[in-house]
Structure formats: structure tokens, C-alpha cells
Design a protein. Structure first.
Length: 493
């Protein structure tokens, strides 16, 4: 039957009916999703912890909801999750970020996770082959990992120095030719193109590298917005001129500068080095620094650091050197023997007072300078640095506030790298959208256990350590076989 004009619905009514149906559908779907979220909740919830975030300055009891490896919410409201971590009476903070750790092997990563470290970087020495370095660790690391393109190892490749890890031949002793400097620049540029997060330097280990050579490498770094992580050329009083060398290079080229372990390089001159760094910053230079909380350092005995005259340069004698394998203090005879053999040696060269000056300075970040264990022997800083800060300086001495300590161990290192490596903008913070790299610890109990005699002892007091939303430490115990650590790289060109 043919519809009359009256029976045909007017266009406007059809349109309004469609709109009403559309709105109803949207409301239904929205409500259903809300119900779904409430029922599904989060992968993990951390409940009733004292959340400390150095970026927002939050220090209050909150619940945290985590899904898909990221922090989704921080709230006073009740939350449900598939896994519930009770943090009542405990501190919840961003995971610690170590910018200076040489022991980039599974054994060190596990010890670091037990010490609250969620991201571990080798930036001072670095590597000569960025792609290979990352590939070797992919899918095998308990913590996140990253590396610099290193001037030291690159110089070893270019000059065919067969030293183990650090130079013991031409890379330490020979001036580079113009062609070699060009080759070094090309390789540093290539490493940065492959996502290295910084450029590493150690003129103390490459004393034959000229000021010009160091500056040329800084120029490459500056062109890539890469911070230069430098172990100064000399220690003691001359450290002031050695600091001047790299500050000048930064000022001339525009490269950001990060001075590694200001305390172990500076010894009794540490306050002056810190003053100079502060003054350079006040002139607008991007200069930062770090320290570790131990009076002894450790490095290779066959390196250039122990060339003739080391006693004057380092302010130590044979008796201040300890061989980790045996625990013995060295004599001229044993020093000569071990230098020929090669290996790591512990150097007692600093005082508690100078370490305290460095640790409590607002300029310093905390970085371990840990070294890979050799048969469980080494330096306690690899396993104990971060809990030692919390136990010694925050709890016992009260020379550092908990908020400042956490800032030095998480936010400051993230900020150091984030202009070059934007992945770091989601680390070092407790905020919605940040990576779920989180530590939960008992501020009254947390303590380092590693000693010079037993350097691989795990720290105590961390109840949970989450890395990308995976609990590598749970109820204070390391979860063996968990490897949620991811590569932290600058954008690859
Ligand atoms: Zn180092």
C-alpha cells in the first residue's frame, strides 16, 4: 500500500530517534566498561604504603594500581588487583637508577635488584660496540640496562690495545694521530646513532689522550645532545686542573658533562671539586656529578692509574691496597707480582668525612661504580650502595632526608639522561603513566650486608622490587629466573 504523506515519519523525528539510540548505546557501553574495569581492576596493587615521589614531593599514604607494566593510578581510594602487595608501614618509592655500574652481568643485576636498583647503566667506561652490548643482555637481565659509547674501549680498538677491560698498552701510552682521532670520532658518532645514552671518558686510564682529542670527542657528543661521563685525568690537588679540562671541553663544545665518583677522585679536595661544579652550574653550564658511599675504590692494578708515581698521585701507599682474592694488603713485592698478573685491586684512599661531604651535597647523585664479581670477590659497593645510603646517612646519621636520598637515587639520574634518552622520562617517578619500576622497603630495617670480605652479600629490607611491573624481589626474596629488564637506549638513527 502506498503510504500517505501523514503516515511517513518526518525526517526530523527519524534523526532524533537515531540520536537517542546512539546516546543509549554509548551510555550502555560506557557503563559496561566501567563495570568491567571495576571487576578486572589492576594486575598489581600496592596498598597503604608511604609513597614518596621526589618529583611531585608527595609523601603520604596511598594505594597504587599497576597494569601492563605501568603505574595507572595513585589514590587514597580502595583498589583491587590480581596480586596484592601489602606496604603498610613501608616506603614506596621509584626504583633506583645507577648511572655507573661496570658489572653488567646476571650476578650483579641480581645483587643490585636486592639493593633496590631497577635500572643499571655502564656509562663511564661503556662499550665500543653498542649493538652487541645490548644484544648480549636482551631477555636475560633482572633489571633494566643501558650503556655509553666509550672513548676508552674505542681507543683500545683503534690502537689495538689488548688490555682486559681497561688499557694496559698503546691506548694508555701513545698519542693518537690525526687519522686515529678522526676514526675515534666516526666510531663515537656511530655508537650514538645506535642508541648509546652517553659518551664515556676516562683520561686517567688514557693519559696519552691530548686535551684536543678529548675536546674532539666532546664535539661529537654535543652534536648528539649526549652527556659526557668522565673519570677525571688525575686525583688529589691536580684533580682541580683535571676538572678544569672537562669543564672547559663542555663550555667550548656545549656538551653536557657528568663527573663520575667525585669523592674517590677528589679525596681531601672533594669540597673544592664540588664548589667548582656548583660554580660552573651557576654560570649556566650543564654539569652534574655522583658519588658512592665507601672510603675505598677499586680498579685494575695493571692500568695506567698505577704507573710510576701513583703513591703521590693517588695519595696512597702499598699498604692501602688490598687484593680481593686473598684479603691481603700489598707490599712493593706483591704489588709488582699482581701488576704483572693483572686484576682488580681495592684502594683505601678516602675518609668517612669526605664521603659524607659528597653524599650529603645537593649536587651529587648516588652511583655505585660496582665491578663484576670474580668468584664472588670484589667491592661491596656493587651489592650495597643504595641500602647503605638509606641505613648510614638517612637512618643512623640523619645527615640526609629520606626524600633527598630517594631523589639522588632515582629522579636526578633519570633527569640526567632524559634529554638524550626520552625513555627516562617515565623512570625515577611515581606518577600515572610512569613505568612500574618501584621499590617497597622498611626504612627502619633496610641495610647493606656486603663487606670487603664478603662483597656479594645481598642487602636486606626491600620487601618488593618491581621492574616493568614484575616483582623481581617478593617478600624480601629474590625471584630466581625473572628477567623483566629492558634495554634503555636513546632513539636509534
Ligand atoms: Zn667506574
Amino acid at each position: 500500500m502506498r503510504m500517505t504523506r501523514l503516515h511517513r515519519p518526518p525526517l526530523l523525528i527519524v534523526f532524533l530517534t537515531c540520536c537517542a539510540i546512539a546516546v543509549a548505546v554509548v551510555v550502555f557501553v560506557f557503563k559496561r566498561d566501567q563495570v568491567a574495569v571495576a571487576a578486572k581492576d589492576y594486575d598489581i596493587v600496592i596498598l597503604q604504603g608511604r609513597v614518596i615521589d621526589p618529583e611531585s614531593k608527595l609523601d603520604a599514604v596511598r594505594n597504587i594500581g599497576i597494569s601492563a607494566g605501568k603505574i595507572q593510578t595513585i589514590t587514597t581510594k580502595a583498589l583491587n588487583g590480581r596480586a596484592t602487595f601489602d606496604a603498610k608501614g613501608l616506603v614506596v618509592a621509584p626504583g633506583f637508577i645507577d648511572l655507573h655500574e661496570h658489572g653488567q652481568i646476571p650476578e650483579n643485576y641480581r645483587a643490585q635488584a636486592m639493593d633496590g636498583v631497577t635500572s643499571s647503566f655502564e656509562l663511564e667506561v661503556g662499550t665500543a660496540d653498542v649493538d652487541r652490548w645490548y644484544a648480549e643482555r636482551e631477555g636475560k637481565a633482572a633489571v633494566n640496562f643501558g650503556v655509553s659509547i666509550g672513548h676508552i674501549p674505542t681507543r683500545m680498538v683503534v690502537m689495538d690495545d689488548r688490555g682486559e677491560w681497561l688499557p694496559s698498552g698503546p691506548a694508555a701510552t701513545r698519542q693518537a694521530t690525526g687519522a686515529e682521532i678522526e676514526e675515534l670520532k666516526r666510531r663515537i658518532e656511530r655508537g650514538l646513532n645506535r642508541g648509546a645514552v652517553a659518551v664515556g671518558f676516562g683520561p686517567a686510564y688514557t693519559p696519552a689522550a691530548s686535551h684536543w682529542e678529548i675536546q674532539e670527542m666532546f664535539r661529537v657528543a654535543a652534536g648528539n645532545n649526549a652527556p659526557c661521563h668522565a673519570h677525571l685525568r688525575e686525583a688529589r690537588e691536580p684533580a682541580i686542573s683535571a676538572l678544569g679540562e672537562v669543564i672547559a671541553a663542555a663550555a667550548i663544545t656545549g656538551a653536557p658533562l657528568h663527573v663520575v665518583h667525585v669523592n674517590s677522585t677528589g679525596t681531601q679536595w672533594t669540597p673544592r671539586l664540588l664548589q667548582i661544579i656548583g660554580e660552573a652550574r651557576s654560570r649556566g653550564l650543564d654539569v652534574t656529578t655522583e658519588c658512592y658511599p665507601y672510603t675505598a675504590g677499586m680498579t685494575r692494578i695493571e692500568s695506567a692509574l698505577f704507573d710510576e708515581g701513583f703513591q703521590q698521585r693517588l695519595g696512597v701507599d702499598y699498604k692501602d691496597l688490598q687484593w680481593p682474592e686473598t684479603g691481603e694488603r700489598l707490599t712493593p713485592e706483591t704489588f709488582a707480582r699482581y701488576r704483572k698478573q693483572g686484576g682488580g685491586v681495592i684502594i683505601f684512599s678516602n675518609t668517612d668525612e669526605m664521603v659524607r661531604v659528597a653524599v650529603t651535597s645537593p649536587l651529587t647523585m648516588i652511583a655505585s661504580d660496582g665491578i663484576a664479581y670474580q668468584n664472588g670477590k670484589g667491592h661491596p659497593r656493587a651489592a650495597g650502595t643504595y641500602s647503605r645510603i638509606l641505613a648510614q646517612y638517612v637512618r643512623k646519621e640523619k645527615s640526609l632526608s629520606l626524600m633527598d636520598a630517594i631523589k639522588k637515587m632515582s629522579l636526578m639520574p633519570a633527569e640526567r639522561l632524559e634529554r638524550r634518552a626520552p625513555v627516562m622520562k617515565n623512570k625515577g617517578r611515581i606518577k600515572a603513566g610512569a613505568d612500574a619500576d618501584i621499590v617497597v622497603f622498611d626504612a627502619e630495617r633496610v641495610t647493606d650486608k656486603a663487606t670487603y670480605e664478603r662483597p656479594a652479600e645481598y642487602s636486606e629490607g626491600f620487601k618488593y622490587v618491581l621492574i616493568n611491573g614484575v616483582a623481581v624481589v617478593r617478600d624480601g626474596k629474590l625471584q630466581e629466573g625473572f628477567t623483566p629488564g629492558r634495554a634503555l637506549r636513546a632513539p636509534i638513527k
